[in-house]
Design a protein around this ligand. Structure first.
Ligand code: FE2
Length: 236
């Protein structure tokens, strides 16, 4: 992939030396500028726009030569504002464990196998109506050492950039009926049961594809924390 800094957009800014603006005479460089190479992180993040989100980034099952092991699933839904309007062009980024409950991360060394065909990260933009869709595998639960016999319920991490700072959301999506819910301090840190329920997806038989994948629907409400707003993954 080639990363290009859009220097053409610099034309929109004032030139450093604008003699009619007296202070610029002393401030402006006296010698020609020396171009410096930008670092990868300067050119790739943070990502808010469209240009580096590619078609297929929302399919976590096609990022390698082979297919990942596990239960293929579709996760889809609607990103809404507090007034129930779809939020178009919201950037959704997800990351998750593989079907065995293992992350590709140096700190995850628990004895479950890595899957060479699964990285566990994807992203997409919502469409004009605020809808999104991912194809992935169902993540496994994993131990996390918080307390004796601590296991996280299966979950997918979501990061959402809406159109406003108040529409920034980092949270987790869970699967319905998980037996680990009563034992998970992170899930139960959200004290209001109705708010907790907003993090649990719904099995969706209508979007389930015959002979191919089960579907789960999870709608996200971005807002300022009012009732019905999808909670962050941690609460005070
Ligand atoms: Fe996790």
């Amino acid at each position: 992939m080639t990363f290009l800094y859009p220097t053409a957009s610099n034309a929109a800014h004032p030139k450093p030396l604008s003699p009619d603006y007296k202070s610029s005479v002393k401030r402006a460089p006296q010698k020609p500028l020396i171009a410096m190479r930008h670092t990868l992180s300067e050119l790739t993040g943070p990502v808010y726009g469209h240009e580096t989100v590619r078609a297929g980034d929302n399919d976590l099952t096609t990022q390698h030569q082979g297919e990942p092991l596990g239960e293929r699933i579709i996760v889809h839904g609607h990103v809404l504002d507090e007034d129930g309007r779809g939020v178009p062009n919201a950037l959704l980024e997800i990351w998750q464990a593989n079907a065995c409950g293992r992350y590709i991360h140096v700190r995850d060394q628990h004895p479950a196998p890595l899957d060479p065909n699964f990285t566990g990260a994807g992203r997409c933009l919502t469409d004009g109506e605020g809808r999104y869709r991912f194809v992935t595998v169902k993540p496994g639960p994993y131990p996390w050492g918080n307390h004796e016999n601590a296991w996280r319920p299966a979950h997918i991490h979501f990061s959402v950039f809406g159109r406003l700072f108040t529409q920034r959301l980092v949270t987790q999506m869970y699967f319905p009926g998980d037996p680990l819910f009563p034992y998970d301090p992170i899930f139960n840190a959200i004290r209001d049961p109705a708010s907790r329920a907003l993090l649990v997806s719904r099995f969706d038989i209508d979007e389930t594809r015959p002979e191919w994948a089960l579907a789960y629907e999870w709608n996200i409400v971005l807002g300022r924390g009012g009732r019905g707003t999808t909670p962050f993954e941690e609460t005070r």
